[in-house]
Design a protein around this ligand. Sequence first.
Ligand code: FES
Length: 560
Amino acid sequence: MIAYQRLIVRTRLVSGLILFAYVLTHDLNHSLGLISLPALEAGRLVFLDFWHFLPIRFAFYLSIALHILIAFQTIYQRRSLRMPASDMLQLLLGLALPLLLVLHVIGTVVANSLFGLHATYSYVIWTIWVAQPTYGVIQTSALLVAWWHGCIGLRGWLRLKTWYPDWRDLFFALALLVPVLALLGFATAGREISQLSQQPQWQAAMLAAATVPSADAIAELYRLRDLTVAVYLVALLAVLAARWIRQWWERSGAIVVTYGDGHQVIVQPGTTLLEASRIGGIPHASVCGGRGRCSTCRVRVISGADQLTAPHEQEAALLTRIGAAPGTRLACQTVPKGAVTIAPLLPPLATSRAALSHAKQHHGQEMEIAVLFADIRGFTQLSEHRLPYDVVFLLNRYFRAMGEAISGADGRVDKFIGDGVMALFGLEGSPEEACRQAVRAAINMSKNLEQLNQSLHHDLKEPLRIGIGIHVGPTIVGEMGFAGAQAVTAIGDTVNTASRLESATKEFGCQLLVSQRVADLAGIRVDAGNRHDLPLRGRSETVAAYAFSDATDLQTQEIQ
Ligand code: FES
């Protein structure tokens, strides 16, 4: 069974890559229309020579058949059709493709096989640009749908590669560029052919060269198109009906999945724990879409471990690789046979990068990172005469502005505490980089606060003011919390010192206090700040820090 599933995953990937290569080369061929009609036609001959080479042609047709069959099988097997938006979009685009492409395939490939039509670019573009523009719209949609479907699938595969983040922007640019060039090439050729078709002799020669089939043959092709569409739709409906019958049959043996926070979801036998979360609307991370490759769906089994299917080889290998604690399972690969209680281990929006870093930090790890604390000055007075709704609105605007400032500097918001924010920097980089990021975040926060004050100036008696403290040093970083409230966070003296610096901004009437060590590691000049030696609560030593009346005083220092 496991070997079969792996074969399905592998077949889906390989067939998808072959089909994506076809779409890519076809789109690149279209883009030659930007050069000239002869270039477009010459490109078609190269394209056909390659894709008509017998082994490649065989692999291509086999890929189409297997890709559709695997999609049908996936729909049949899924216990729930609830899935992340990108997975749903990929599925819907894929299901729409045969309907959008059927006439094009029958009007070119099949017409060539049955009636000897030479579907040159001039003929095809004349047909859909001049003779039947409605089909031009359908073909344009098909081009975009095929490309997006392929790009979503490709991204799902690539984003788990460690090198992907470095290449993501390039891939994104290509994902936009290729269809734009293809459509521009198509439109340029369409306009040229539209003008040429004003000349009766050109049109007659073009149609003669294409050896257009008779009217009866064309009617036959349309009948074939209708039959193909009907067969496809009946097959799709049959799969949905079979799925519904199976669910009805299995309903009698319902299984209860309980979550650490007490939520319960009742599922049918055969449902994975990840599908149970989706059925119950319980947020659950699943970066790889349930393919057992990312580990973000992992759960701790609180009770009922003996009611779960045994981990297969691939799941066991992945859990070992990330150093998972005993009792951890991949929700997407685990099927309960009886009542179980589980707790997802990663936050619902966890990324694959977070999954890997969590793996290192799962059991706690000492790391030198930068910690930033920020707090609104006088928030108690500010909130005193406001309705609760106003306070929540104001805080959410503030949190959003601060959160964007921190993530824009590659930091990570650790938590919002009351009207305060704690952020971590350098979970994946050097302490120097962490300090530069933290200082950049402070500058961003100051700027965002200024903008927020401007947009709220009618609602506020006086502008919001904040205090920010930043310190760097060794911390214990690990996954902490309970049940659904677990996340990677940091503890230790460094955190306490950063918090102390933040509260000291009140004493010094400044916006930012950075410790000497942060200033040294970030490489910032401190001439604009005032030096202070702060005593630390419960300790004899002091921490040297620089106070800046405004964090933007540091922005001229080219923090990289
Ligand atoms: S969702 Fe990726 S391993 Fe389960």
